[in-house]
Design a protein around this ligand. Structure first.
Ligand SMILES: Cc1ncc(COP(=O)(O)O)c(C=O)c1O
Length: 392
């Protein structure tokens, strides 16, 4: 086998897509003198709500904040159970714990990595108050089935859409006429990025009002403008809230990225095509299935290796990719195996066997709009080279 020609520079796992428009937009806000929550944030809320087709958008400083506010709006607290997936980032379940409620994990469908609706049904008790499905990697969770389950059992549906800007369910964007609340992330690595940021989207006036007030210390609406000529210095604290609001420098970035979404997604899909063609029919590699109802946002490119067919482990596979100057990641280290959850709930890895097996065989390949077809080809060749050298 001939030597693999290793590229000279490190290929990052992820990079934000920066154009002059972002630089200009931030400069404009900086020069305007209004750096905190203000007109740009209000504009972003309006435009993002229009974009997804929802009645309200409350812009916040992270998806974590949005997830917390969504459950807070329902008064969820001690004694309550909230069902979610173990194949997720810590925020999804941490926010349940922050409220004094108990996260209850439901295992996944190994073909997609999405929470399995049958498992949700199995986990419902008299204490269950809500379900938090994750639109994992940019695939839509089975909202039809999950929506029916929530309706039948009177449960609140709080969608974790951190990966799901541009994800569609039955042809419509996630967040279009939401059944409960939908929480997005605009963290630096996301399809729409503003460094740190998030949004809660809902059609429900009451949820929107509560989230808006609680996101800004519990101050009465409009208090952000209390220093402006049209604003009033007098405000009330309706509830002891949180400091969760987005501010205008973030919003300037988010507005610019929103306007560039189509172009950024097109380039993301060019890279996806390279991977999909290269890996099709390679028995050592397991590709993620996209359910028929779903349009994938391709936030992440999920690859799994079949450990039975290779002489190296997943961790060694990652080291081989690093040796070829390719940055990768894992989404996710199953949350029930993290120390805090093991200590608190006594979980063993095999308690959620599908999520654990998925997590242990997964590698997230570089996936971003500026990756480019040539870099994607390089990554695909590196993966295929490792497979060829280590097949059983
Ligand atoms: C599934 C999931 N939920 C929630 C979050 C939290 O997002 P944020 O960093 O905006 O709080 C992340 C972060 O990447 C995530 O992957």
């Amino acid at each position: 086998m001939s030597e693999f020609a290793v590229r000279e520079s490190w290929l990052p796992f992820c990079l934000p897509d920066i154009s002059e428009a972002e630089v200009e937009a931030v400069g404009e806000v900086v020069r305007s003198g209004w750096w905190a929550k203000g007109p740009r944030t209000i504009e972003f809320e309006k435009k993002f709500a229009e974009y997804v087709g929802a009645k309200h958008c409350v812009a916040v400083n992270s998806c974590t904040a949005a997830l917390h506010l969504a459950l807070l709006s329902q008064g969820i607290g001690p004694g309550d159970e909230v069902i979610t997936t173990p194949l997720t980032f810590a925020s999804t379940a941490n926010t349940i714990l922050h409220l004094g409620a108990t996260p209850v994990f439901a295992d996944i469908d190994p073909e997609t990595g999405l929470i399995d609706p049958d498992e949700i049904e199995r986990k419902i008790t008299s204490r269950t108050r809500a379900v938090v499905p994750v639109h994992y990697s940019g695939l839509a969770a089975d909202l039809g089935r999950i929506g029916e389950i929530c309706q039948a059992h009177d449960l609140f549906l709080s969608e974790d859409a951190a990966h799901a800007v541009e994800t569609r369910y039955n042809g419509e964007l996630i967040g279009h006429h939401p059944r409960g609340a939908v929480s997005y992330s605009f963290y630096a690595t996301k399809n729409l990025a503003c460094g740190e940021g998030g949004a809660l989207v809902t059609d429900d006036d009451d949820i929107a009002q509560k989230a808006r007030v609680l996101s800004c210390h519990g101050m009465s609406a409009g208090a952000w403008n209390r220093y402006g000529k049209e604003g009033s210095w007098r405000y009330d604290i309706e509830e002891p809230g949180y400091k969760y609001n987005m501010f205008d420098i973030q919003a300037a970035l988010a507005l610019t990225q929103l306007a560039r979404m189509d172009d950024m997604q097109r380039r993301r899909f060019e890279a996806v095509d390279v991977y999909e063609q290269a890996f099709a029919g390679v028995p050592e590699l397991i590709l993620q299935k996209t359910p028929a109802y779903c349009h994938h946002s391709r936030h992440l490119y999920i690859l799994r290796i079949d450990p039975q067919r290779l002489t190296i482990s997943r961790d060694q596979f990652i080291e081989e990719l690093k040796a070829r100057n390719v940055g990768v990641s894992v989404h996710f280290i199953a949350l029930h195996t993290m120390s805090a959850y093991v200590k608190r709930f006594g979980y063993r890895p095999e308690d959620f066997p599908k999520a654990y097996a998925f997590s242990e065989s997964e590698i997230s390949l570089p996936m971003y709009s500026t990756l480019g077809v040539e870099n994607a080809r390089y990554v695909a060749d590196a993966v295929l080279d490792i497979v060829a050298r280590h097949r059983r």
